[in-house]
Ligand binder design. Structure first.
Ligand SMILES: Cc1ncc(COP(=O)(O)O)c(C=O)c1O
Length: 415
């Protein structure tokens, strides 16, 4: 069972003040998560989390993370601009982009962000479009199949991201010749891993790579970026990741591989998004209609534009019916939105307690890659975002879009 971070009474007050649908974020949970992560890696003096802005590009959330000593990982010009305006300094910004336009490299350089090059070919491109920085990182793709024990986790060979080992070594040599003084290695091999072994396994592979790369290039290696990929237990029966076990696993690999090779100064960076935010966001929606045909449908006022993951990945998001959490799940419903698309379903044949029109549903684990993946199909508008503050009061941190927002970019018509 998943317990919402607001009670039914609290939610009734919040929905009386703010119309549904909206994303609700738990400030306390976010702060506690950031503190736990920093604590779990406190054995590494240079440790820093660069929160993946793409997961939740919401300024108030980024400010909370900034107060908890996190930096930001950006992948586009607007993410860079937002981070800059929020007061993130150059060294607090990682620019992990791919297929990058010249102007984005130029802007990232202007801000002093740390560039993380996705392709060997970008060394030449960078040299031609902007200045070469003192510190730079390269993204590694080992190819083959990435396994954890007997489980196949991903297929890096098919991934468009990163460069091969020989390209990475050549990139380091070329960049050193161009004046780069310090280097980093980055890799992201699997997404939403619900196991404490992913980071330690990735870390060991990257630490061994680091030893080899330094031996071959004699560069000053400053950091290793384990990127994102630590997941969350979207399904209640899954076991939640334990960040302290994960941090300890990385420490053991560090002490086994890096320390004996005189690389005990290397900083560990992360770019977590989902792990940091997903459980601390709920999508709150009310039931508009019930419909019975070959299945029983519950029509809600949110739809896939507010949360795309079920529609595109068939992803599971747990649903609680506010105030009915402990009732037996005697019904089987498809919970749907109003888009003219049959994949606009938050749940299919989900066991839930009896639901009535007007009930409030809580869709769990929507704090990352939720609002941010929103779109406007069917001329649906993006919802509001509300912060459930530490003091137990709600605050709107982004208003819902309105018709004027939708029409704002059109020329030649006055709607
Ligand atoms: C470069 C990079 N870093 C970090 C992340 C964050 O990943 P996650 O939210 O799974 O932790 C992503 C996600 O797409 C990414 O592309």
């Amino acid at each position: 069972m998943k317990i919402p971070f607001v009670t039914a009474e609290q939610l009734e007050k919040i929905t009386a003040e703010f119309p549904t649908p909206f994303h609700l974020y738990d400030e306390k949970g976010i702060r506690e998560k950031a503190r736990a992560l920093n604590q779990a890696f406190s054995w590494n003096p240079g440790f820093k989390e660069y929160f993946a802005v793409k997961a939740t590009p919401t300024p108030t959330i980024l400010k909370i993370l900034q107060e908890e000593n996190c930096g930001v990982d950006c992948a586009s010009e607007i993410e860079l601009l937002m981070s800059h305006k929020l007061g993130f300094k150059g060294e607090d910004i990682m620019f992990s982009s791919n297929d990058t336009p010249a102007k984005e490299f130029q802007y990232a350089r202007k801000l002093g962000a740390t560039l993380n090059l996705d392709a060997y070919e970008h060394v030449e491109f960078l040299k031609n479009v902007t200045t070469i920085p003192e510190i730079i990182s390269c993204r590694y793709n080992p190819g083959g199949i990435f396994t954890l024990g007997t489980d196949i986790m991903n297929n890096p060979e098919e991934s468009k991201f990163g460069m091969t080992k020989s390209q990475l070594i050549q990139a380091f040599k070329d960049l050193k010749a161009l004046g780069v003084k310090k280097f980093g290695i980055h890799s992201f091999l699997a997404s939403n891993t619900v196991t404490n072994d992913y980071y330690p396994t990735l870390a060991k592979a990257l630490f061994e790579l680091a030893v080899e790369v330094v031996a071959e290039t004699d560069v000053a290696l400053d950091f290793i970026n384990l990127s994102g990929g630590i997941g969350v237990n979207y399904k209640p029966e899954q076991t939640e990741n334990d960040i302290f076990k994960i941090g300890d696993g990385v420490r053991k690999a560090y002490e086994k591989v890096l320390t004996p090779n005189n690389l005990g100064h290397i900083k560990i960076f992360t770019e977590l998004g989902r792990f940091m935010l997903a459980p601390h966001g709920h999508l709150i929606t009310k039931v508009l209609h019930k419909k019975q045909t070959y299945r029983d449908y519950i029509g809600v006022d949110a739809c896939a534009v507010n949360l795309m993951r079920p529609a595109i990945y068939d992803a599971y998001h747990h649903i609680s019916v506010s105030g009915k959490e402990i009732l037996p799940e005697t019904e089987s419903y498809d919970v749907v939105g109003s888009l003219c698309e049959n994949n606009d379903k938050f749940a299919k044949q989900r066991k839930l307690p009896p639901i009535e029109v007007g009930d409030t549903l809580i869709i769990h684990d929507t704090g990352a890659h939720g609002f941010s993946m929103g779109y406007q199909y069917n001329a649906k508008l993006r919802s509001a975002e509300i912060l459930w503050q530490e003091n137990g009061t709600p605050r709107m941190i982004r208003r819902a879009e309105n018709a004027a927002d939708y029409f704002a970019t059109l020329y030649g018509f006055d709607f």
